[in-house]
Design a protein around this ligand. Structure first.
Ligand code: VAH
Length: 319
């Protein structure tokens, strides 16, 4: 990778991925793509090029790819699961009309493309524990429908046109830099904010709701490593299971209490998020990613909790 376009560069993943790539490839052009109303700010704006990059405007994307001689596109434009349930047609347009715009440009201009999938691509009849790499995918959410379609369309462009498409199925991602927007797993971020602020946390999911979760540094490592992987080793492409930890609200709450004595939590269920979470697996089997491109996470729940609490206190001037 040398010249990279990050579409959705101001979102939860994009804001950190863009900075990571700029640190890794100082000689390259790492272009922060954004849409009006979600402009890059601070270091993200000052540390490299930024362009309006609307996935629904193919001509605009093609111009950027030509202008910067882009060799890799990270397509991070998406409505997350809970929001997508309230705006299903918009979610389809962004995720699918946007994707085909990007894949057509990649076909014409020879770019590689990363479009993340998710545990959201699985459904209630997917094996919940040790979810296989190749298994039943009948999601019941629009978000999940778009993620399965993303996997299929990305594989199609690889098989039919040789477009270098690659992808991972992200767990719920936890970070302190940029808040997630409207996901089912967002509670696992919000709980840390409540803990450092000394507030009681209101958990929207029931105890016993297990999902794959991952700390952002591991997610970013996966997003970079898969695009740098030796293509001759890849049996799969779209999309690899990657896992690092699985927990329910009780487990993360008790872990935080070890570091924040007296922290309180209550349950007020959100039926929309609960229904989505109940349809997702508990823990994926990520052996294919480990075998085909040496995937290995670094953070467990303890290490993530220590790092999250420390950095949130600094970010919120509570240190
Ligand atoms: C969501 N955080 O909750 C996203 C993600 C695995 C979940 O796709 O919608």
């Amino acid at each position: 990778m040398k010249n990279v376009l990050v579409i959705g560069s101001t979102g939860q993943i994009g804001s950190e991925l863009t900075m990571k790539l700029r640190g890794m490839i100082p000689e390259g052009n790492i272009v922060a793509g954004y849409i009006p109303g979600a402009e890059p700010k601070g270091a993200l704006l000052e540390s490299g090029p930024a362009e309006v990059a609307d996935v629904l405007n193919g001509a605009q994307l093609a111009e950027i790819v030509k202008k910067y001689n882009i060799d890799t596109v990270y397509n991070l434009a998406a409505l997350l699961s809970a929001v997508a349930e309230s705006k299903p047609l918009l979610a389809w347009r962004i995720q699918m009309d946007g994707l085909i715009n990007i894949l057509e440009i990649a076909r014409e201009q020879g770019c590689a493309v990363f479009t993340p999938s998710s545990i959201g691509s699985f459904g209630p009849n997917t094996p919940r524990v040790g979810t296989p790499q190749d298994t039943i995918q009948r999601p019941k959410s629009m978000y999940g429908v778009t993620k399965v379609a993303t996997e299929l369309l990305s594989d199609y462009y690889f098989s039919k046109y040789g477009v270098d498409t690659r992808s991972v199925r992200f767990p719920g991602l936890i970070s302190y830099t940029t808040l997630p927007g409207g996901g089912t797993t967002d509670y696992a971020v919000d709980i840390y904010y409540s803990a450092v602020k000394g507030e009681e946390f209101t958990c929207p999911l029931n105890p016993g709701t297990f999902m794959d979760m991952m700390y952002m540094p591991d997610a970013l490592k996966a997003a970079v490593d898969i695009m740098d992987a030796d293509p001759s080793r890849l049996i799969h492409r779209n999309s690899f299971n990657i896992a690092s930890m699985s927990f329910d609200p009780e487990i993360i709450y008790k872990k935080i209490c070890e570091h924040v004595p007296g922290f309180k939590m209550k349950y007020v269920n959100d039926p929309v998020r609960q229904k989505i979470a109940d349809s997702w697996p508990d823990r994926m089997d990520d052996s294919c990613a480990r075998e085909e491109w040496d995937w290995k996470p670094s953070y467990d729940l303890e290490a993530m909790t220590v790092d999250m609490l420390e950095n949130l206190r600094k970010k919120l001037n509570l240190a």
